[in-house]
Design a binder for this molecule. Structure first.
Ligand SMILES: [Zn+2]
Length: 218
């Protein structure tokens, strides 16, 4: 059994002081989310933003809205650490493994509005296989940061490729972007599909077709 820890921005930051959101995430153990408290600077920022937009924060209902708004954003932007556990592929399983219809949500980094949809993630195993729930956890991990759908798709695929070294990886995400459907062009119901195919899922015609058939089947 091989276990790899993934802890997002903290790992990337190395010895540098923890990011405020990482501090906020302390005390949240993998698999057991706790309510978030945002740093005071984020609460003041939310208050300033809302006041600047002409919103009166004096009433009882809105008085604590800046705290709640900052805490909600902190929760959406803080990846939960988790451990990726892989197992030897003792049975020599060499067919596609696909998790279909995984719910996804993230924040578009251009507007800080949600994009919400489903993902299909699959791989063709090499020497090792992965706990099935971990496919969803990898997606969740990379979703909890300011994102664009294209990058989220390639990050999930690239990370699985690197950690699992499978024969191939495929990720398809279909999502509705609220910045597009609630404002701007206001095209409700429009979804955006992105895909990232690596290894044999990209290069081998049969695997490629099989993956797409499995993921696009309704
Ligand atoms: Zn946007």
């Amino acid at each position: 059994m091989v276990t790899t820890s993934i802890s997002g921005t903290a790992a990337a930051a190395g010895a540098e002081p923890a990011h405020p959101l990482e501090k906020a995430a302390r005390g949240i153990r993998a698999g057991r989310p706790r309510p978030h408290r945002a740093p005071e600077t984020a609460v003041s920022g939310a208050r300033l933003l809302l006041s600047g937009l002409g919103i009166d924060l004096e009433g009882e209902s809105l008085r604590r809205t800046p705290e709640r708004m900052a805490a909600a954003l902190a929760e959406l932007l803080t990846p939960r650490p988790f451990e990726l556990t892989t197992f030897p592929n003792d049975g020599g399983y060499d067919e596609l493994i696909v998790a279909r219809g995984i719910p996804m949500r993230s924040l578009c980094e251009h507007h800080m509005l949600p994009f919400v949809g489903t993902a299909h993630i699959g791989y063709l195993p090499g020497e090792r296989i992965l706990g099935l729930s971990k496919l969803a956890r990898v997606l969740e991990h990379f979703s909890h940061r300011p994102q664009v759908q294209e990058r989220l798709t390639t990050q999930v695929a690239g990370w699985l490729q690197e950690q699992l070294e499978p024969a191939g990886v495929g990720v398809v995400i279909e999502a509705e972007h609220l910045c597009m459907t609630l404002r701007g062009v206001q095209a409700p119901g429009t979804t955006t599909i992105t895909s990232s195919l690596l290894g044999t899922l990209r290069d081998d015609g049969r695997s490629h077709a099989e993956f797409l058939a499995l993921t696009y089947r309704r």
